[in-house]
Design a protein around this ligand. Structure first.
Ligand code: PMP
Ligand code: GLN
Length: 394
């Protein structure tokens, strides 16, 4: 992906102005580079091992039994909506009505797009944590709205809450949060969330919160923003089966929110995909009901992989910023005498047969992210070991 502020691309003369600044996503570019060079792909965040076999079987069974092979209901199949509501109750004590307060989407990606397209007027300002997940900037742009970054800065990547207060103007309509945060691995603390909530209530803002890594918090637990006082009624919470159950290709995501917000998001969603992933919806309903042992083992497995990759990246001479959540590690390449993460990542396959993601493409403030590189650790242990071996060449 070109930097978000890049000029109009002359080889795409038909692309409208709203999207002109957005090139091919960095994930597509880097996965193609990995395939072309036969490199180990620690770039795009997808696991190299599929989720539980019994859940894959449930999908096969649904197809064979003729469940979901034709258009499922617009809001999602009842079994999945009930399972999502039960999950919110089980893990967070949050009650949502499966009929009016849950919406199934084509991954979190569609949930984000539909929420922003539904809730924003052209010219509205959206405050989002920078570095932003790439689809946020594009969807804000497609909605004709304006993104206002709240920059998380190395080494701690904590949000500056005074800067947040100052960033809110009469045009601010919405806060777009992401915790655990991709790419930095920051998990907002209950205290930080409390200040965000206070400001949202005081300034009467809507909040869209992307919590797709909710089950990948390695220290403490996950606090959904919607659980804070005054937040349930103004918060659209987004999650997805892709990360939690290691089926990123199924593209089953969801929204939980009060009825008025769900019906707004559904209005946009119905004209994007209408519906998707019919049989997979039944399988994800079963996945959500897996016992606590599944969730605990999933987190423990990734925590061990985080430690393995942290050690390897440190040994390779990079500065590691310890992630509290997600399956990504952000590093600084300056100790290697490198300054430009994009150039570094483009050269890395040649140098040592590994692919990573340059964080600078997630920043408007190019300086802030220039020397940061992100590594995914949702890979087999032997793959991570081999990558670490190769990185010694640095
Ligand atoms: N939000 C964040 C922060 C992500 O990292 C991703 C990538 N999984 C998504 C949204 C998209 O999720 P999905 O694959 O369910 O569309
Ligand atoms: N969420 C994944 C990541 O951050 C990528 C998903 C995608 O390719 N759109 O790496």
């Amino acid at each position: 992906m070109a930097p978000m502020s890049a000029p109009v691309n002359s080889d795409r003369p038909f692309l409208n102005r709203r999207l002109a600044a957005f090139g091919t996503t960095i994930f597509a570019e880097m996965s193609a580079l990995a395939a072309r060079t036969g490199s180990i792909n620690l770039g795009q965040g997808f696991p190299d091992t599929d989720g539980p076999a019994e859940i894959a079987e449930a999908a096969v069974r649904a197809i064979r039994d003729g469940r979901g092979n034709q258009y499922p209901p617009g809001p999602g199949v009842p079994e999945l909506r009930e399972a999502i509501a039960a999950h919110q109750q089980r893990f967070y004590g949050l009650g949502y009505d499966p009929d009016t307060e849950v919406l199934v989407t084509a991954g979190a990606t569609e949930a984000i797009a539909a929420a922003l397209l539904a809730l924003l007027e052209p010219g509205d300002e959206v405050i989002a944590l920078e570095p932003f997940y790439d689809s946020y900037a594009a969807c804000i742009a497609m909605a004709g709205a304006v993104r206002v970054p709240l920059t998380l800065r190395a080494p701690d990547f904590r949000p500056d809450l005074d800067a947040l207060r100052d960033a809110i103007t009469p045009r601010t309509r919405l806060l777009l949060l992401n915790t655990p945060h991709n790419p930095t691995g920051t998990v907002l603390t209950p205290e930080e969330l409390a200040v965000v909530a206070e400001l949202a209530v005081e300034r009467d803002l809507l909040v869209v919160t992307d919590e797709v890594y909710e089950h990948l918090v390695f220290e403490g637990g996950h606090t959904p923003l919607a659980s804070l006082p005054g937040m349930r009624e103004r918060t659209v919470t987004i999650s997805s089966a892709g990360k939690t159950f290691s089926f990123t290709g199924w593209k089953v995501g969801w929204v939980t929110a009060p009825p008025a917000l769900v019906s707004a998001v559904r209005s946009a969603k119905q004209f994007l995909t209408y519906v998707s992933s019919g049989p997979f919806q039944y399988a994800v309903a079963e996945a959500l009901a897996l016992p606590d042992a599944y969730y605990t083992a999933f987190r423990a497995d990734l925590a061990a992989k985080r430690d393995l990759l942290t050690e390897g990246l440190t040994a390779a001479g990079l500065r590691v910023f310890h992630p509290q959540g997600t399956y990504f590690i952000t590093t600084d390449i300056s100790p290697l005498g490198e300054k430009d993460g994009l150039a570094f990542c483009r050269a890395l396959p040649e140098r040592c047969g590994v692919v990573a993601i340059p964080n600078q493409v997630f920043y408007d403030d190019q300086e802030a992210g220039a020397s940061q590189v992100r590594w995914a650790f949702c890979k087999k242990t032997e793959v991570l070991r081999e990558a670490v071996d190769r990185l010694r060449a640095l």
